[in-house]
Design a protein around this ligand. Structure first.
Ligand SMILES: [Cu+2]
Length: 200
């Protein structure tokens, strides 16, 4: 079998550079640290791979666009539709608008131990949302709907903070979530949300 001369040449070059690399003197202590660092990188990459492939843990990736300039006119995020809503099948959805410098509505009440879907949109710039002491955190990019489905295991008062610098009033940007025992919670009496899935 004949081998391609170009391939032969590049193989020889590779061999030569590997030999050159081997001939470089590396201090044993430095070599040890290089190996430890490579080992750590391999460990972290394998943890991420196991979480993603075995446990199914992925970064939030809800790609759904919305016109941020017309939120008040949009069917889903008009003022009347914000806050906690329960649909015909009993699914709980919380809709909130983030804007400099608050989350609207400012206060919501949700039940513990129930699956809740949060949907956020920004009316102006990039915001973030984070609930301390929980694993809930996401960016709210203008033009997109940020969505997280979660549940609160215990009743209590949870602050909801903006964690993306959005301007001078950023550190005053927060909201309050009151989590009550599921027996004590009753769905707010409101009209059903119209045009729920009309975003692109
Ligand atoms: Cu902010």
């Amino acid at each position: 079998m004949q081998t391609d001369p170009v391939k032969q040449k590049s193989a020889a070059k590779l061999k030569e550079s590997l030999l050159q690399l081997r001939s470089i003197h590396i201090d044993p202590l430095e070599r040890k640290w290089v190996n430890i660092t490579l080992g750590m990188v391999a460990l972290f990459v394998s943890i991420i791979m196991i979480d993603a492939l075995v446990h199914g843990i992925h970064a939030p990736s809800n790609v759904e666009t919305i016109d941020s300039a017309r939120l008040h006119l949009s069917k889903e995020f008009a003022e009347d539709n914000l806050g906690v809503r329960v649909d015909d099948q009993g699914r709980i959805t919380v809709r909130m608008v983030a804007g400099r410098y608050s989350f609207f509505p400012k206060y919501i009440e949700v039940p513990a131990e129930k699956t809740i879907t949060f949907r956020w949109v920004s009316m102006d710039v990039l915001h973030g949302v984070h609930i301390p002491m929980t694993n809930m955190s996401t960016m709210i990019e203008p033009g997109y709907v940020a969505q997280i489905t979660t549940s609160f295991p215990k009743p209590g008062e949870y602050p909801l903070l903006c964690n993306e610098y959005c301007g001078l009033g950023h550190n005053h940007m927060w909201s309050n979530i009151s989590v009550v025992a599921k027996e004590d919670w009753s769905a707010p009496a409101t009209s059903p949300v119209k045009g729920e899935s009309e975003n692109e």
